[in-house]
Write a protein that binds this ligand. Structure first.
Ligand code: 1CP
Length: 342
């Protein structure tokens, strides 16, 4: 199907569209009353397993905010269904039996996400039908380190003692698990592309907890394998590492099409780090949307001005939109970005 709005994909490919494209991480979710309305009737997991509802929720921010891309409504942790690991969302994710011992590792199943998480691929097809070519659809997964961390920690963590303990004390086992996870995620992303997504984003939300030397030694080789695999799939890839701007240069080395930038670094400095021939995505602090309109406009323009130094720039928040955001302010941000002419 021919897309009506290609500004996001053009920017991914390094061309500067007439106006800077914008979408927001976690744009489909709890800050929207129409999302909460659906969630009052179905649980989060039921929602992710009902393709028609996923499509409805995926389109909510497209309709309300006029963003230039849709992101599939799902979660990075549903892929555990391919591994025989149960996860509950209350609403933060929690795994009843985290993987800590050799016996836990032996129990893991390395299934085929195209079959075991087939409902996500059905959701992709439902989203593509519902979008009818209005804007591109972004598919996603968690990066191997972030996904493995959830498996080992069992839930969000402050200190990452279990995953780092494994990494430092049993590096061979850590690498074996990372390699298996990477293959599973490669298959999963391939399935999403076959089902119709137009671009992919890999979320490494937890890699920011690592020292640069450990990212290089323990994570980068696996990310390289993932990025090389996606390069063969024919859709652009965004790699987003959160919480440690000193990892930007390494994440740029991977050669993904777009480098996600969180809000902890000035965008001009981030561009200087990765080089002005690269495409960047980011990086307004999501909590700015809790502030007054004049501040939102001013800070958005600062980010837009900084983005001009890059080969191309996709406007985004530096992390997911807060559930406390007024949707009217999110819409204001989109209008400011679209109306900007520098
Ligand atoms: O009650 C509810 O409705 C559940 C809240 C919720 C939502 C709306 C969760 C549980 N996940 C989601 C959707 C989601 N998660 C999307 C949908 C598409 C969109 O962006 O609009 C995406 C891309 C994710 C990705 C995701 N899930 C990440 C990576 C991005 C990030 O925020 O860093 C992570 C870390 C998760 C885990 C997760 N799932 C849900 C929550 C509340 C969390 C975060 C918990 C934690 O930080 O430990």
């Amino acid at each position: 199907m021919v897309l009506e709005n290609t500004s996001f994909l053009d920017a991914c490919r390094g061309r500067r569209p007439a106006r800077t494209p914008i979408w927001m991480m976690r744009q489909a979710g709890r800050y929207l009353p129409e999302y909460r309305e659906i969630r009052s009737k179905v649980s989060f997991l039921e929602l992710t397993k009902t393709p028609e509802l996923c499509a409805e929720v995926t389109l909510q921010p497209v309709d309300r905010l006029d963003v230039d891309a849709a992101i599939l409504f799902s979660d990075i942790l549903v892929v555990f269904d391919a591994m025989g690991v149960d996860v509950e969302f209350n609403p933060a994710p929690e795994i009843a039996r985290p993987v800590r011992t050799a016996a836990d590792v032996a129990r893991l199943r390395w299934g085929d996400p195209r079959e075991d998480v087939g409902y996500v691929l059905d959701a992709v097809r439902a989203c593509k039908r519902a979008l009818a070519g209005r804007v591109p659809l972004i598919g996603f997964c968690g990066a191997p380190f972030t996904t493995l961390s959830y498996l080992v920690e069992g839930k969000g963590s402050r200190e990452y003692q279990h995953i780092k303990g494994l990494m430092f004390s049993e590096p061979a086992l850590f690498h074996q698990l990372m390699a298996s996870m990477t293959e599973l995620l490669c298959t999963y992303l391939g399935g999403q592309v076959e089902a119709g997504v137009d671009a992919l984003q890999v979320f490494d939300s937890w890699a920011g907890a690592l020292a640069p030397v450990d990212y290089r030694e323990h994570v980068l080789p696996h990310m390289r394998r993932l990025v090389d695999h996606v390069r063969g799939l024919g859709v652009p890839l965004i790699v987003f590492v959160r919480g440690n701007a000193s990892l930007l240069r390494q994440s740029a080395e991977l050669g993904a099409d777009v480098i996600g930038v969180d809000w902890t670094i000035e965008l001009e400095r981030a561009i200087a780090e990765v080089g002005s021939t690269r495409v960047v995505q980011g990086n307004l602090d999501p909590q700015i949307l809790l502030g007054p309109e004049a501040l939102i406009e001013r800070r958005a323009r600062d980010v837009l001005d900084a983005g001009r130094a890059a080969r191309a720039h996709i406007f985004n928040l530096g992390h997911g939109i807060s559930r406390f955001t007024d949707p009217g302010k999110a819409r204001l941000l989109v209008d400011v970005v679209h109306g900007y002419s520098g």
